[in-house]
Design a protein around this ligand. Sequence first.
Ligand SMILES: NC(=O)c1ccc[n+]([C@@H]2O[C@H](COP(=O)([O-])OP(=O)(O)OC[C@H]3O[C@@H](n4cnc5c(N)ncnc54)[C@H](OP(=O)(O)O)[C@@H]3O)[C@@H](O)[C@H]2O)c1
Length: 234
Amino acid sequence: MYANFVSSIDGIVALEAGTAPSGGIISGRNEADRFVMGLLRAFADAVLVGAGTVRAEGPRALWTPEFIFPAATDGFRALRHSLKREGEPRLVIVSARGELDPGHRALQVGALVLTTTSSAARLRSVLPSVTEVRAVSDTDPIDVHEILQLLKADGHHRILTEGGPRLFGQMVANDQVDELFLTVSPVVVGQKGERSFGLVHGVDFGRTPKNGRLLSARRHGSHLFLRYRLEAAA
Ligand SMILES: NC(=O)c1ccc[n+]([C@@H]2O[C@H](COP(=O)([O-])OP(=O)(O)OC[C@H]3O[C@@H](n4cnc5c(N)ncnc54)[C@H](OP(=O)(O)O)[C@@H]3O)[C@@H](O)[C@H]2O)c1
């Protein structure tokens, strides 16, 4: 699995306790960052996000390559064709509580929602039928291994996660993220209490931090584009 985030200089990725559509604000809607997001989506079989990210984004958001960078639509399609990945990457949303807006455009065009047994029946009754709801587990949170096994069984091998920080934290904790594409935007956001949070939220690696190895560093103006390999625990 690979991951893509944009962070401020001071390491903030989510504003207003995770309820704001933070990426665009932090990146300044930077064109190069949006192109990289589109390119990473174009390589994916599936784009995996937590429900918090879906709730924070506006109801018109889609997790497709061309939605984020329309100018490269033809190029993204040609790339997917050459990779034998037809159509759009499958949007996969993880939610235990199942609080999703049935009118959200991403659910109207079709997604896969992975949830708990207790939320599945209600979600099936309210979400559009093009969106598939699967009960993955009785537990909250759902074990990330169960999520990944299910995606693999569906034929999704190249998985991009765009977080958010809560879902990403669990994936890193379980050594499931191979590479991180991190844009550092030249802004300082600040932090007061729990109003903002960083790349990982809700998981503390304490004195045994996860190690990253820098694979490449590029810049576009004052934006930095970093690609890390995340090392699995020994
Ligand atoms: N800067 C960036 O690049 C970037 C990228 C992505 C997101 N963000 C920002 O991050 C903020 C959202 O942060 P977040 O950490 O709350 O987002 P998140 O990880 O997308 O969402 C957390 C929610 O996802 C569901 N979830 C996560 N792991 C689960 C599991 N193992 N089992 C069952 N459900 C699970 C739960 O939903 P339920 O509550 O429905 O059970 C949980 O409350 C927003 O402001 C967003 O804009 C920023």
